[in-house]
Design a protein around this ligand. Structure first.
Ligand SMILES: Nc1nc2c(ncn2[C@@H]2O[C@H](COP(=O)(O)OP(=O)(O)OP(=O)(O)O)[C@@H](O)[C@H]2O)c(=O)[nH]1
Ligand SMILES: [Mg+2]
Length: 270
């Protein structure tokens, strides 16, 4: 018997959707940050084992900028089997609006309470659970701590129960529909978000020009596009300190991704 299904991961900004995707597929495909609006487009991660193929779709978080556009943002949901609605300790007006929208779609909704490390005692969760239980007839409510990988395997096993039977759609070595160039540009962007402040991380774009795969090393060339000269100066930093730091940590991430030594060259253009 084989099972195939699609699962979309939705919720307010910064609740940990991308962290959950990465833990479920056991590979860093979607970048994460403590700053809001990290995910800019839908990111696909495909999970495979001998019986299951599950296509997970991570989505940009909802906040005041896109809440009025929710149907456009969530048009992907029409084509999925299951919705993972991710929340944290706080049920806000955004959760209320998102749930109101999802209710109309007549789909299975699993509610994931992430960041349960924010609850000092387990018993503090109980009133929240009963509050949530009254909100909607969720197929399941699963408390997890994605960052520490606690209960994420249990979440995966619970998801299994709702995946319909069906043949796999992708060869099992395919882990995403994104190109390597896109994933690497995201891994670089993650470090730009990490080390830069204010609007800069959000206006900066990264494009990977080539990935040259040699036997022992992968040579990668990417361009970081900024808006003007002053942004360029900021991103380079004193004596190139900042761009070197971005390069160092992005290289580490990319080396883990490919499991290869990586030589990354970053060029900054206006
Ligand atoms: N304390 C704690 N932090 C977590 C947990 N899971 C994720 N985080 C952190 O929460 C922050 C946001 O995580 P993301 O995965 O980027 O959140 P997101 O929902 O994808 O955010 P957007 O893409 O901006 O909507 C990051 O700093 C994560 O490390 C958790 O279980 N506990
Ligand atoms: Mg995200």
């Amino acid at each position: 018997m084989y099972y195939y299904g699609t699962v979309v991961i939705v919720g307010r900004v910064n609740v940990g959707k991308s962290t959950i995707l990465n833990k479920l597929v056991k590979k860093k495909l979607s970048i994460t940050s403590h700053k809001i609006c990290t995910t800019k487009t839908n990111i696909v991660g495909i999970y495979n084992n001998s019986n299951y193929q599950i296509v997970f779709i991570d989505t940009p978080g909802i906040n005041n900028k896109n809440i009025n556009n929710i149907s456009k943002q969530y048009n992907i949901i029409n084509n999925v089997d299951i919705i993972l609605l991710v929340i944290n300790k706080y049920w806000t007006k955004y959760e209320e609006l998102i749930l109101n929208y999802l209710k109309k779609l007549d789909k299975l909704i699993l509610l994931v309470i992430n960041k349960i490390d924010f609850f000092k005692r387990k018993s503090d969760l109980l009133p929240y659970l009963s509050f949530l239980d009254k909100k909607y007839n969720f197929s399941n409510i699963i408390p997890i701590c994605a960052k520490k990988n606690s209960n994420t395997n249990m979440l995966l096993k619970i998801i299994y129960n709702y995946i319909p039977s069906g043949k796999p759609k992708f060869p099992n070595y395919i882990i995403t529909n994104q190109s390597y160039k896109f994933i690497l540009s995201e891994l670089i962007r993650e470090k730009i978000i990490k080390f830069l402040n204010k609007e800069l991380p959000y206006t900066t774009k990264v494009k990977v020009i080539y990935i040259n795969k040699l036997e022992n090393t992968y040579n990668i060339f990417a361009i970081v596009y900024v808006k003007n000269n002053s942004q360029k100066k900021i991103i380079i930093g004193n004596n190139g300190f900042l761009i070197k730091k971005i390069n160092f940590y992005a290289t580490k991430n990319i080396e883990i991704f490919f499991n290869k030594k990586v030589n990354l060259i970053l060029s900054i253009k206006i």
